[in-house]
Design a protein around this ligand. Structure first.
Ligand SMILES: [Zn+2]
Length: 245
């Protein structure tokens, strides 16, 4: 999920019901921490030290998969132990992840999806002097020189409107069709976790080929993932949510 959308919901909720509730503790990742140094980690909800360190361990193991420069934009990481929380939210410099009620694999996939959001909206950014595009990130303008625009326009005419010629097979998942930001993050996640399958599907679908090339050349600096053989894949079938594969 995209953080700005969630924020709009939270703001409208608190406009109605008043103050923020629930304790949020906070500490900064130290030199001996395996979490990105300089990222502030906040704990939301109630958890034992053991639960907190288990979550940090899962997240740290993800840091070694993702290019380290992608984490440069991450300034605040909220580990949420509220079972009713969203699985994850990400945008600009913040990731909020639910650390409870998810298998380790899914937690790792959701975390990569949220990193996709901060790469898209925190790292790949444009400049106001180049002018506004027809795309909006919540209330923020997406400027004409924002590198993500070349990705957004593969299938969308504005942040959430598909072009007339967009097809379900142009996307890595059903959820990717929600808006440009989910398309970017789902594709980012699929690129890392299902690279061989992404390349396989790209042979049959030109838009997926273009999305893969964008990610490889402009996001991952040529680095590719997944050397496994892809056997007998249905080339037109798509999952709804790549984080649940
Ligand atoms: Zn998302």
């Amino acid at each position: 999920m995209k953080f700005s959308h969630f924020l709009a919901l939270v703001l409208s909720f608190f406009a109605l019901f008043g103050a923020l509730v629930g304790p949020i503790g906070s500490f900064r990742a130290g030199a001996d921490s395996t979490v990105n140094n300089g990222t502030e980690i906040q704990i939301s909800g109630t958890a034992s030290d053991l639960e907190i360190s288990a979550c940090i361990q899962t997240i740290s193991s993800t840091f070694s998969i993702v290019p380290s420069e992608h984490l440069a934009a991450l300034k605040t990481l909220v580990l949420d132990f509220n079972p009713a929380a969203n699985r994850g939210l990400g945008g600009q410099s913040l990731i909020r992840i639910r650390c409870t009620g998810m298998p380790e694999n899914e937690l790792r996939s959701v975390f990569i999806h949220e990193i996709g959001h901060i790469v898209d909206t925190g790292l790949l950014d444009g400049h106001s002097e180049t002018g506004e595009s027809s795309f909006l990130d919540g209330l923020r303008s997406v400027f004409q020189d924002d590198p993500s625009l070349d990705f957004y326009t593969f299938n969308f005419s504005d942040s959430s409107s598909l072009t007339n010629i967009a097809k379900p097979q142009d996307f890595v998942s059903g959820y990717a069709q929600s808006d440009v930001f989910e398309d970017f993050s789902e594709s980012y996640t699929y690129y890392i976790l299902h690279g061989a399958k992404f390349r396989f599907l790209s042979r049959f679908h030109p838009v997926l080929r273009a999305k893969y090339a964008f990610l490889k050349d402009r996001v991952f600096d040529g680095r590719e993932y997944g050397a496994e053989r892809v056997e007998m894949t249905r080339v037109n079938a798509r999952p709804f949510d790549v984080t649940k594969l």
